[in-house]
Design a protein around this ligand. Structure first.
Ligand SMILES: *[C@@H]1O[C@H](CO)[C@@H](O)[C@H](O)[C@H]1NC(C)=O
Ligand SMILES: *[C@@H]1O[C@H](CO)[C@@H](O)[C@H](O)[C@H]1NC(C)=O
Length: 564
């Protein structure tokens, strides 16, 4: 009795110290088997976090690992210079699950056993170990990172509002934006509505045909909710330098040639200045409501209102590059640069990569100075599998010393993809890893994902446009949400790579490893190691300063290595 009590007291004492010391942050993932793989479950009372590792000695390293099998931000530590290989053990199902004598479980195991016998030839369990050498050279430096983020759409705002308990909403915010979450610092929001809203909307729908825009003197009721939520997100996550990028999908209908939200419609010529003022007033409005804006774009997917209206049923504003060059050069550019918001970043294109080289070429041809108003290019990843990296290379000559980011990405947008979320899919996580790797290797400065949360169907929105998201809400009870493999994959890039980190040279000796490395502003090194193969992999890391380190990583896994 006495013993138990004293342990209890001691335990409470240790816990108290840990909380006071701010160290009680790391909470493991509550793993759950779902239809297509595994997710981590969060409720109001429980959500997983990983406190960022600290390196106390010069030779220390930390490695954070996730795998198809079930590792989620597993932390291991060690030091350089050891001759031994550090083995990252893959996740193993807890023994208790197997020990339980229960007909349902037993028959499930039997089914799995039969299943695995028959699928042997399709997916051989590999017994070979592959190997690779990775050379890191911090003296060879490339682009500087702006950061990573997600998007706060009307659909996100709606779902969060339905989670009645503030604690679970806070867990979502912290999961993405806190240091013990993914450490995100970028956020994209729509100026007015977008495709992920419950209805199309814009500022100043009323009064119509009114260029003074008196309807923009206060927040739209939908933004009263959303701005409040984003401010809460900033507060609970402790992200003091949240950088928000705004983009408009459509002006109020009265400014458009077709007087509709969607379809073949452009800005009426008499409202070119009004639409520039609309952006300026929105910047004022956000700032005066406590959300200063970092960047805007020239408009979301401009070709949707020119060519793609047969496929795209959501809000859009059509621009040809020639029309947009005139608007940017003669209206938006001077309006912004002569205002108190003159230092805001303006992104161009905000569309699929296959459009961007021709887009800037035609803009430059129409108004040679128009591209000077642009600080960077924002691209959407949706057609990257068809249109290769050469499109971004061709855009580069217009983008010298400018920022290149992905401003929208999600999976499940194509008719041939199973559109609804594939809950737990590691393969979708891998798809994301490949794309993030390749863009960052190719000089990109940042990555903004699409909706930070969606429902089980991949919505809601007013156009039945269903896609996947890194976090999925349980909208039957609104008491749980699920972090998918995609969530952790993004974290492997974002968590230890803060704004200001610089891409450094990392060369793998063969294709068994995909890798990118950075030097952080505090001079620590971060390398993202991706083993998409079915075999485990011996990686010999050779750093020009730190020396050698051998790690063995499991099949189908991704890692963030962190050292001095
Ligand atoms: C057996 O396990 C299932 C869940 O896997 C559970 O629903 C059921 O209640 C269990 N039955 C017994 C007798 O423990
Ligand atoms: C933009 O157009 C001007 C001529 O109007 C040309 O000299 C320049 O090379 C063009 N810029 C690019 C990057 O092609």
């Amino acid at each position: 009795m006495l013993k138990r009590k004293s342990i209890g007291l001691l335990g409470a004492f240790v816990l108290l110290i840990a909380i006071i010391g701010g160290q009680a942050k790391t909470v493991p993932c509550k793993l759950k088997d779902v239809k297509y793989g595994k997710v981590c479950v969060c409720t109001a009372d429980y959500c997983d976090y990983l406190d960022n590792p600290t390196l106390s000695k010069d030779d220390d390293f930390a490695i954070i690992s996730s795998s198809k099998q079930g590792l989620r931000f597993e932390l291991n530590t060690g030091s350089f210079g050891s001759k031994d290989t550090y083995a990252i053990e893959d996740y193993v199902e807890p023994a208790s699950k197997f020990a339980a004598s229960n007909d349902t479980i037993l028959s499930k195991l039997w089914d799995q056993a039969i299943d695995s016998i028959f699928s042997q030839s399709a997916t051989p369990a590999s017994s070979i170990t592959r190997s690779v050498t990775l050379k890191l050279d911090r003296s060879k430096r490339f682009q500087k990172i702006e950061g990573f983020g997600g998007s706060f759409t009307g659909a996100v705002s709606y779902l969060l509002n339905n989670f009645k308990e503030q604690d679970i909403q806070d867990h979502l915010y912290k999961s993405y934006y806190a240091a013990d979450g993914l450490g995100f610092n970028l956020l994209r929001i729509s100026i007015g509505g977008c495709d992920f809203d419950l209805n199309p909307w814009a500022y100043n729908e009323e009064p119509q045909n009114e260029v003074v825009l008196t309807g923009m003197d206060k927040l739209h009721e939908r933004d009263v909710l959303r701005v409040g939520q984003i401010k809460r997100m900033k507060e609970v996550s402790g992200e003091t330098n949240l950088r928000i990028k705004g983009a408009a999908w459509s002006p109020p209908k009265w400014m458009k040639t077709n007087n509709e939200w969607t379809g073949f419609g452009q800005l009426k010529r008499e409202y070119y200045q009004t639409w520039a003022n609309y952006h300026l007033k929105w910047l004022d409005l956000m700032e005066s409501n406590g959300l200063p804006i970092w960047a805007i774009s020239t408009g979301n997917e401009p070709l949707n209102g020119i060519f793609f209206m047969f496929f795209v049923k959501f809000m859009s504003l059509g621009w040809t590059p020639q029309m947009q060059a005139v608007w940017l050069n003669d209206y938006l550019g001077p309006t912004i640069r002569n205002s108190k918001h003159k230092d805001i970043i303006i992104f161009g294109n905000d569309d699929q990569r296959f459009t961007s080289p021709l887009w800037f070429k035609m803009m430059n041809r129409t108004r040679p100075n128009s591209v000077d108003y642009i600080d960077g290019v924002a691209l959407h990843w949706y057609w990257d599998e068809i249109f290769g990296n050469s499109f971004i290379h061709k855009t580069n000559k217009y983008m010298e010393n400018k920022i290149q980011i992905i401003s929208e990405s999600c999976i499940g947008d194509k008719p041939w993809q199973k559109a609804a979320p594939l809950l737990g899919s590691w393969e979708r996580g891998e798809k994301m890893a490949r794309s993030m790797m390749s863009h960052l290797q190719d000089g990109f400065h940042g990555w903004i994902d699409w909706n930070i949360i969606l429902d089980e169907e991949g919505g809601p929105n007013y156009v039945d446009n269903f896609v996947d998201a890194p976090v999925i809400a349980d909208t039957i009870t609104y008491t749980e949400f699920y972090k998918q493999p995609m969530f952790y994959v993004m974290g492997h890039f974002s968590k230890l790579v803060p704004e200001g980190s610089v891409h450094i040279e990392a060369v793998a000796s063969n294709i068994n490893l995909d890798c990118i490395a950075f030097i952080r502003p505090d001079n620590k090194i971060v390398a993202v190691l991706f083993n998409s193969g079915r075999a485990d992999l011996d990686i010999t890391i050779v750093d020009t300063i730190r020396g050698e380190l051998k790690v063995n990583v499991p099949a189908k896994s991704i890692h963030t290595l962190y050292y001095n």
